[in-house]
Design a protein. Sequence first.
Length: 466
Amino acid sequence: MKTLFKWRCSWGCDSFSENSRTRWAMHTPKKLNFRSQWLLNTIFQASPQQFEKPVIYPDKLNQRTLARADYWLQLYSSNDATQSVTQVTKTLRASVFLIVILAFLAGIVATSGALSTELKTVNLPLFLVGSLGAHFLALLFWIVVSFSRGANGNVVAYVLFNAGARMGRWLYGREQPLYDCAFESLITLATRHQLLKPFFGLLSHLFWLFYLLGTFLTAGLLFVFAEYHFVWETTVLSSGQLAHVHALLNASLLWFNVTLPPLTALSSSGDTMNTAINAATGLWLLFFIAYYGVFVRIVGVAGCFAWLKWRSQGTSWEEGSASYLHFKRYQDPISAQVLDKDQAIERTEQFPAKIQGQGVVMVWLEEKVHAEMTSGYRDLGIVSVSRDLDELLERENGPWQQLLIVINSKNSPDRANLGVLRRALDCAEYVKVFFVETAQPNFRESWLTCISGATPLKAIEVCEHA
């Protein structure tokens, strides 16, 4: 397995000539599939303490271009992050399955309650309003929201994140600390690429599709095995208004050659016991639910699914996204794209010029830890950012001949810490680092990768003993 891993690494690093790499970089399509972007965001937004094993970040030697981020994910991605993304995907699928099951049961219960009358008499317009009224209102609301500008779904995204996070904890417990980070990365990515509208449209259409399927199947079974009588009653509508409504409903299914019985036959004074009239009315009612309910929602599900698929496949890897900036930083550690303004320093591809200084000093990066140190180093205290070194230069008669930086291996090589190392090269003639290994996680290998991968940092000497 190790041999295969080394072979794949050497293939990835050495199989292209320099000209091929140059052409690749010039024509780099800044596109990744949606899952790769999601996984990258999860990895780079999480804190190092959330990983059970240290993440091997890409460096300049094994990842030459941004286009090969997918290749890096296959070789170096954290299993913890992949597992969390998979769990979020399972949570969403379980949520959708739960929604459709509840909707189907709700349709069965609502229809059974509406048709469970002792006299087996059904008020036709009232049943239509009860079974399809909410469906049409929800459809109208979805159309307005989908085509309105500026409705990005931020509030709904917040609700979704909290509901999904709670459901994930209920399903998986607290064994996966990266779950919340993966869910938040998904919501952020979906909001940025405007995927929330088609996603919630898909959920809405699925809910009403299975609700109406439950209504249609329940009504069909009851009409097959029980006898119902249909009437058309009203209190406020006049006979002329009733005739207009009846004509409109009758014309709605004429192309299927399905007609509604005459209004006189459906009135309370008409022949409501006529079996043929009741059968024709029941058949018309089932056709109406199937066409204007089930069929409309099937079209909506197909449309939203195609919309979601198209938007997710067309997502570009934006230069302003967190994963792009982080990958660029770790791919090319000498890039100054993601430095904070107060930490920005000048970087070049050349080794820094030798600095003439006096004195042998040491500093602790971020915190002091218990370690046996060789006498002779003057302790200057703790530094956290490059600005701290600037203050020490003024206060402690810098630059110096030697500067030893003691690093706790549990601290990751993040932006600020690497900035301290780069600034240290301007503060002393010789810069050394010593790693104190305390507890997990251990980022020593990640530090060594970053130091060996950037030209300026290669001037730093790694000490086995201090």
